[in-house]
Design a protein around this ligand. Structure first.
Ligand SMILES: [Zn+2]
Length: 806
């Protein structure tokens, strides 16, 4: 217990006095706005008719909210279910709250700011006469216009001074909660009921990036940020009311003993003490330990900007009350809150910024990042109905990516991967489709990755060769503790979990990643990043991965494809990782007269006179924002394969496997899953809920150009076509040398190569042939070819070796 001597006691005005106290004009306006809000949403304005009860009044307010929503829809303002709830009655919001002792009331700032919510003329049977207690304090509304104006201005006040508005809401709430819902008072006999007021949907001008946050201009204002939770602190407790016992002695030398409960200003950081005992007016106290005092949970998060760079910024976000433990580390969040300053040291003048959250939401919970208005939905519906699948896709691809010529199959596959399939947990089928583009430098590979990012808001592009410490998946790093500034371990999510659901995670130079491919493999297949070093965490993966790779392996210094070397070797990617991709496209930089001509025309399009005979529908292109809306609608659609479609996929697969010439080119069963995913995505894109034969065939046509279909062995760990041919030819030619008794003597590789060249006109380079010959010598029990350490080859077999089995 702490003795508090008189001169330490701070002067604090009792709250009642504070209300009556003269407040400057600005403060008066905020108070009126908060009051108007409470009068409307509690249903108080309908208490003029004393035959109504709170339930009926709530119903009228909810109906009025729907009229307001209609007015907003006419102005094409997006409406979400959460928005409709926030615009309704307090009673409705109490009903929607998870905990009866902490009703959560959302206040939709942007919606109020539209001035469309309250009807322009006073509804009948309403009163704008303020309750007696506030009337006595001089707060009245002269007219309904005056009342409506105060209500509409609440939005501006919340943005400029959220703390003041909150203060007034909390001052007045007691008088209105009982009108809004008498059950609250009944319940409050058992629990202390204190609603949480949460500000949501602040207008766009309050949205801040981390660059803007670092400037001090926003202190005290409402801001909205989006970022990644890189650390989550423990839930701690902050005292909201502190109990003091009066130890003032009366005339008989006996201590007064009265308990004085003092409400704390939790923002201030120092403890408030009672001005004087409310019984004896004494000024000597001891602080009582927690039992009589009241507290509230608080939790701190470290939120980092999502655009990870070498100098990544982060900000501390404080959650209070029921918001605690609603956010997971690693998730993307959207936080609305008050910008505040916290002294770095006790009583220090140097401060750091933090955000006291008013509302916080995991973005991955809200599917997609765009909200569609009713008009948007109608526009999309109309578009979907006007064309068939191919026409729609061609128009989308042409509008979005027409300026980059060629590779239409890849572009179409990208569109479908953004749309996504559906999850089937029972069969372990993931909904995301991953695409790998392998291309020579100078091909459109990187441009295609950029294009993919344009398809979905929130997409990220990174270069795997220069990935941050968190890498593609995530890492465990040491960070400063959010409460004590001491070092502690924290999880830092990587590029893949940082990408929100439905967006694209584009990764260039995928084959040059220095991190752990095993983690990447798991993330792609299981939809989870698991971190198990020091701190354990599971980060969800909800995005499509579109990766690019260069042929830049040890085998090839030229950074260009060599047709004779297995592809997996050139890009140095593990087969199991290659198998995670639903489609692998290889873009070769080869001369193609027809294609080159088209590229030339595309480049000169703007410089050529318009003869008017062009069949291109250049003027009927779609805007990117419309494409976003279209894909958003498609994403949220559920679709299934028709029975016929399933039968076709299964039968075709079995047929192709039986037709395969050898084990190495056997088609993988994974193709079935990939084809189903793309067929379902095609149906979703087409605006239907059943993927028919048409959709399967569409997907099949796209897949036909992939490496999986053209050379399955390349993915399955076998050898590629080109490589198999080299082996075969070398074995035959070598057998030929044996036949000619060339191998009776020991030979250097150069000798052998020179000899081979005589009959093998297009023989690959010495490096490649030596590589294969070395491989043969490793299986010397079979091939009878031996290679000494100094590189001398000998042959110990018969004259007619069974080279077919090599
Ligand atoms: Zn006393």
């Amino acid at each position: 217990m702490v003795m508090i001597v008189e001169d330490e006691i701070e002067e604090v005005m009792p709250m009642s006095a504070q209300i009556i106290h003269a407040i400057d004009e600005e403060e008066r306006k905020k108070r009126r706005s908060a009051l108007a809000y409470l009068m409307w949403h509690s249903g108080y304005i309908y208490t003029a008719d004393n035959t109504t009860d709170s339930k009926m009044r709530a119903k009228i307010i909810d109906d009025m909210a729907m009229s307001g929503v209609k007015r907003m829809e006419e102005m094409d303002i997006p409406i979400t279910p959460a928005r409709i709830d926030a615009l309704g009655s307090i009673r409705k919001q109490v009903d929607l709250s998870d905990r009866i002792d902490i009703p959560i009331c959302f206040i939709d700032v942007e919606a109020i700011g539209t001035q469309l919510l309250l009807p322009t003329r006073q509804p009948s049977d309403t009163t704008i006469v303020t309750p007696q207690e506030v009337r006595e304090a001089g707060i009245v509304f002269d007219s309904y216009d005056d009342f409506r104006d105060a209500y509409n201005k609440l939005a501006g006040h919340i943005v400029a001074a959220p703390k003041s508005v909150l203060f007034w809401l909390q001052r007045f709430e007691k008088q209105f909660l009982n009108i809004a819902d008498p059950r609250i008072e009944q319940r409050s006999k058992f629990h202390k009921i204190k609603p949480e007021w949460r500000f949501i949907n602040p207008p766009t001008h309050t949205h801040r990036d981390f660059e803007a946050l670092s400037k001090a201009g926003d202190v005290g204002r409402l801001v909205k940020i989006e970022g990644q939770v890189v650390e989550k602190g423990e839930v701690k407790t902050v005292l909201t009311h502190i109990a003091y016992r009066c130890i003032n002695k009366n005339d008989f030398d006996i201590e007064c003993g009265t308990i004085n409960l003092v409400e704390q200003d939790v923002e201030r950081g120092d403890m408030l003490k009672p001005a004087e005992c409310h019984i004896c007016s004494g000024k000597k106290y001891i602080r009582l330990e927690s039992q009589e005092s009241r507290s509230e949970p608080i939790q701190r998060l470290s939120v980092q900007e999502e655009q990870v760079s070498s100098d990544t910024r982060s900000i501390m976000v404080e959650l209070r009350g029921d918001l605690c433990n609603t956010i997971e580390a690693g998730t993307s969040v959207s936080v609305v809150g008050m910008m505040r300053l916290e002294p770095m040291t006790k009583n220090g003048l140097i401060c750091s910024h933090y955000i006291l959250a008013s509302s916080a939401e995991e973005k991955s919970q809200t599917k997609g990042s765009i909200t569609l208005s009713k008009n948007d939905l109608e526009e999309v519906k109309a578009f979907e109905a006007t064309m068939d699948l191919e026409e729609k896709m061609d128009l989308v691809v042409d509008s979005w990516a027409g300026h980059i010529h060629g590779n239409d199959e890849i572009k179409k596959a990208m569109v479908l991967s953004v749309v996504g399939a559906v999850e089937n947990k029972k069969f372990g089928l993931r909904p995301n489709m991953h695409i790998l583009i392998i291309g020579d430098p100078g091909t459109a590979k990187s441009k295609l990755l950029d294009l993919a990012c344009d398809l979905a808001p929130g997409s990220r592009k990174s270069d795997a060769s220069s990935a941050s410490a968190a890498g593609l998946t995530g890492a465990c790093v040491q960070q400063q503790d959010l409460y004590t500034n001491q070092k502690r371990w924290a999880v830092l999510p990587g590029e893949i979990p940082l990408t929100p659901e439905g967006a694209v995670c584009a990764i260039d130079e995928f084959n040059l990643y220095k991190g752990d491919y095993g983690d990447v493999n798991l993330a792609m297949e299981s939809g989870e990043v698991i971190i198990a070093k020091v701190v354990k965490a599971r980060l969800p993966v909800k995005c499509s991965i579109i990766a690019g790779a260069n042929p830049d392996g040890k085998q090839s210094k030229r950074k260009k494809f060599n047709k004779m070397i297995p592809l997996a070797e050139q890009i140095e990617l593990d087969h199991t990782l290659l198998q995670r991709f639903d489609m692998i496209f290889v873009i070769l930089d080869v001369a193609d007269g027809d294609k080159d001509e088209k590229i030339g025309f595309a480049m000169l399009k703007g410089l050529t006179e318009d003869t008017g005979s062009s069949t291109a529908s250049a003027d009927s292109t779609l805007g990117l924002s419309f494409i976003h809306k279209l894909l958003e609608v498609a994403k949220s659609r559920e679709a299934k394969l028709s029975k016929k479609a399933t039968e076709y996929i299964v039968k075709e697969h079995a047929k192709k496997r039986s037709e395969a010439s050898d084990d190495e080119s056997l088609r993988s069963h994974r193709q079935v899953a990939s084809l189903s995913r793309f067929a379902i995505a095609a149906a979703k894109f087409d605006g239907v809920k059943t993927a028919t034969l048409q959709h399967v065939k569409y997907a099949e046509a796209l897949m036909a150009t992939t490496l999986q279909e053209q050379d399955p062995a390349a993915i399955e760990g076998g050898l590629m076509k080109g490589d198999r041919e080299v082996r075969k030819t070398l074995a035959e030619s070598f057998a030929n040398l044996v036949e000619k008794d060339f191998m009776i003597d020991s030979r250097t590789f150069e000798d052998i190569y020179t000899e081979l060249k005589k009959t093998w006109s297009d023989i690959p380079s010495m490096g490649i042939i030596e590589g294969v010959l070395k491989e043969f010598s490793r299986d010397s029990s079979l091939t009878c070819i031996h290679r000494s350490r100094s590189g001398i080859y000998t042959y110990s077999g018969t004259k007619s070796p069974a080279w077919q089995v090599w």
